[in-house]
Design a binder for this molecule. Structure first.
Ligand code: HEC
Length: 155
């Protein structure tokens, strides 16, 4: 049995499949260097995806903070969001943000995002004054914001 396995892995080694995979990986890493020199720290080509990745992380923190009645934790999480919406809206203007669903309803998308961030702003204030009741209400509103925007614009 062990001998059979050894023969099999030797066969795989000689088959050229690993070489192909390595070549493909190489290609992939090269691709990342073709980045326009924007001077900003973008992790993907699409500021909307960057915003969503950040938002996802931050919202987990918010949920924990609100559940534990820890306004400081909520406030600290929200502070790291600064500037991400602006980058998304710049991307909308520059054409680097391309909606994959209902792409023609861009104005509606921008309005939804602004309303959403206005609620985040209110949540920041509520958490700053440790108003737990308001924090709970606004966190629910924010979640509604994620869901309704995804229903319309997430493929
Ligand atoms: C104003 C619109 C809008 C709001 C608000 C919004 N999203 Fe998104 N989100 C999108 C769109 C559009 C996509 C799909 C992007 C794509 O694939 O091009 C997306 C994608 C994502 C993704 C990427 C993973 C995937 O499977 O698509 C995550 C994670 C995510 N959103 C989390 C959140 C969370 C958490 C919230 C709320 C706290 C939120 N989003 C609020 C529009 C929004």
């Amino acid at each position: 049995m062990a001998k059979k396995m050894a023969v099999l892995s030797l066969a795989l080694l000689l088959s050229g499949v690993p070489a192909y995979l390595i070549a493909a990986q190489d290609d992939h890493s090269h691709h990342h260097h073709h980045h326009p020199a924007t001077g900003s720290e973008v992790s993907t080509e699409n500021p909307l995806i960057d915003e969503m990745m950040k938002l996802d992380e931050v919202f987990h923190e918010i949920v924990s903070g609100v559940a534990l009645g820890d306004g400081q934790r909520v406030h600290a999480a929200l502070e790291t969001m600064h500037g991400t919406m602006e980058k998304t809206h710049e991307g909308v203007d520059a054409g680097t943000v391309k909606l994959k669903k209902n792409a023609k309803r861009l104005k509606e998308f921008v309005k939804m995002d602004k309303d959403f961030h206005r609620n985040l702003e209110k949540l920041a204030h509520a958490s700053h004054s440790n108003d737990h009741k308001k924090m709970v209400l606004l966190t629910k509103k924010v979640l509604d914001g994620c869901v309704s925007c995804h229903q319309t614009f997430r493929p």
